[in-house]
Structures are given as structure tokens and as C-alpha cells.
Design a protein around this ligand. Sequence first.
Ligand code: MN
Length: 197
Amino acid sequence: MTQTRFTVKELPYAYDALAPQVSEETLRYHHDKHYAGYVDKLNELVVDTPWAGQPLEDIILSADGPIYNNAAQAWNHEFFFAELSPEPQREPSGALAEAIARDFGSADALRTQMNKAAVGLFGSGWVWLVADKAGKLSVVSLPNAGNPLVQGLTPLLCLDVWEHAYYIDYRNRRADAVAALWDRVDWKTVGERYDRK
Ligand code: MN
């Protein structure tokens, strides 16, 4: 059977480009070990299954157990790394800025809500800014390899709150890690996701 292998996507910036908020050491472990590990594991798991050769999104919507977990972790990390930038647009603009003002009051209020969700999420998981079918924005916390596509929601922005995302730089201080990450979130990318939804 012909098998299409999933590939590890290169970072769109240098490993040291997000420092000091995210160190080179953290990014090397996070991208080359953790994210790449999910991709490698997924490639092992899908051999000779109906999921071989399917897009990640389709696997996320139809699989469960280890295949879901590794597909979702691969997708989530690609989405996460793509929204960070060495030279980010620091605040939302355009239609996304209007939607944030409507649904949260302000970008600061949104960041505060996502920070609280990140600190409040027990164990490992992801905090998401999502849009529903009507375009209404909300924040959802999902444990482990959670991905909002499963609930029919459109992901716009995610915070990785697995310890591997921050423990080298921040040890147990998740709140500090998340607070610092906002300096690397590129709202231009997030706005483009909103415009495409
Ligand atoms: Mn991670």
C-alpha cells in the first residue's frame, strides 16, 4: 500500500528569534523533539489504516485514541508556531479587532481571559480563541490534545500550556510564560485566520 508520510514543518523563523520570551533551547526541544515526535508517532500509527494519507484535519475529526492524539498534537503545534513571530503585529486590527471589542470589550480583556484560562487548566492542554459559525468569538480550554475543530469551532489562536512549552525557561511559572508569550503573538496572522474563516 502506498503511504503518504506526514512531514515536520520547518519553523518560519530562526530558533533564537523568539528569545528572550521563548529561548532557543526551548524552541529546539519544543519543535525538534516534542512536535516532531508527534509527527513521527503519527506516521507509525497510521500505516495500513484508513487514516494513511488523509489530511490532519480529517484524522482529527474521525479518529480517537493515539491516532487522534498525535494528529491533533501535530496540527496544534503547527498552528501555534505559525502564530508567533520575531516581529509581531502587537495588537489586533481590522475585522478581528472589531469582533474582539464586541465579544470581549478589548484585546486586553481577551488576553486576561486567556491568561486565566491557561493558569486554570489542570495538567496539560491548550487554550484557544475560537469563532463559532456565526462569527462569535470565545475562549475555550481543552485538556491534552484537544482541538476545537472537533466541536465545529474555528481555531484562531492557541496557547500551548503543556509544561514542555515553558519549563526550561520558566520552570513552574506558567503564568509568567503565558504573559511573556503575548509579546510574540502576531495578530496579523490571527487576523488573517479570522478573515478566512
Ligand atoms: Mn507543545
